[in-house]
Design a protein around this ligand. Sequence first.
Ligand code: EPU
Length: 443
Amino acid sequence: MTQTASVDSDVLKVHGGRPLQGEIHVRGAKNFVSKAMVAALLGSTPSTLHNVPDIRDVKVVSSLLELHGAAVDYDVVSGDLRMDTSDLHPADAFQIAQHAGSSRIPILLCGPLLHRLGAAVIPDLGGCRIGDRPIDFHLEILRKFGAVVEESGDGLHLSAPNGLHGIKHELSYPSVGATEQLLLTAVLADGITTLHGAAVEPEIKDLIDTLQKMGALISVSTDRSITIEGVSELRGYDHVALADRIEVGSWAAGALATGGDIMVRGAQQRSMGMFLNTYRKVGGEFDITAEGIRFYHPGGDLSSITLQTDVHPGFMTDWQQPLVVALTQAKGLSIVHETVYENRFGFTKALGKMGAQVQLYRECLGDIKCRFGQRNFLHSAAISGPTPLTAADITVPDLRGGFSHLLAALTAEGTSTVNGIGIIDRGYENFRTKLAQLGAAID
Ligand code: EPU
């Protein structure tokens, strides 16, 4: 397949203290593109996905598809990704683990592979270390459809000796991955599947649109219920991926933290409502056009806020980390309550080292009594500002926390050393080039 192989250093020197200003372009959402690539496995004819970013997660899923016999061709300039999955074969757990790296995508291959090959394997899964991130919801769903799950030294082996049959299911928490698991399995299962308590993130809606193009029958109600009537065959699709709203929000936070002005081409208002409301409350300004969204700091003080992360249509957890960097520059005490992941404030330790005033709490500091309240997790934060940040030597903990470290280094006066920045390539396309386009001094 045609892909660019970027060999970049894992350490970035950031000479901070200057505003990010200029124009960048954001392409398709990592958290949709990877799932749409898995959906291609369900089609008996080739699929084409457009607006695909050149990020490591796309390379990982491409190699997982290729490992199972798919032909994948990616044109990095146009962003067109063609997948021919007409001729599939099984792969072994060791190879899957080697190709999956830290990705959690292998769990989502199970339904499609059980339909197409009658068997699937899941190695030990990675992903960002932002909580326990169990797969119990996924396994419960797969078992209910009729999958038999056997544990062995190299991972979990799944088979479906009696086929996969529609189920009635209710999620105890609207998990994105579990909703996708159910969709990707139900579309070709025999009979009708109903899901209550579904996640309804824009990336899931785009996946449903994609599956509909393939021939699936899916109806979504306004009360988090989804009904799927199984069909016997699906064809390939042609689809343009929705924009990466997490990347858009990350650059927007960068404009605010550094006192800058960034035009994000490709940004779409419709998936960013709660982010835009919050941005405005903090004191950021934005102009929405047909080409994208311009985010800027209008001058003067930023305002402190109270914020709770939540499933869609709430304020998404992945926006929390970049925005916290901007909140270190807001006047007064901001309160942030993280209700999706129990351990998503680890990145604030580096901010503290750089001069930010962040205090973490085990209590729920907000009106949502979340799943972590009565347990021992530091999942609420109080941020006092504004505090000038000073340069430091810091190490990236995870994807979103890593981008936040980068933003903190760009905000801080002096030269910071940011180690382990390779993680950021998982989900931020060409971020070094984009930083240069925005006038950042990095080397
Ligand atoms: N959960 C369980 N059991 C499960 C699955 C999830 O308890 O079997 C819990 C999780 O531990 C977590 C909560 O449910 O506390 C929500 O997890 P969810 O399943 O919704 O998350 P995910 O599908 O693993 C996706 C994104 C994340 C994003 C979340 C929430 C992808 C590849 N990942 O994860 O994105 O934060 O939804 O919107 O789509 C990122 O891009 O950096 C990232 C972490």
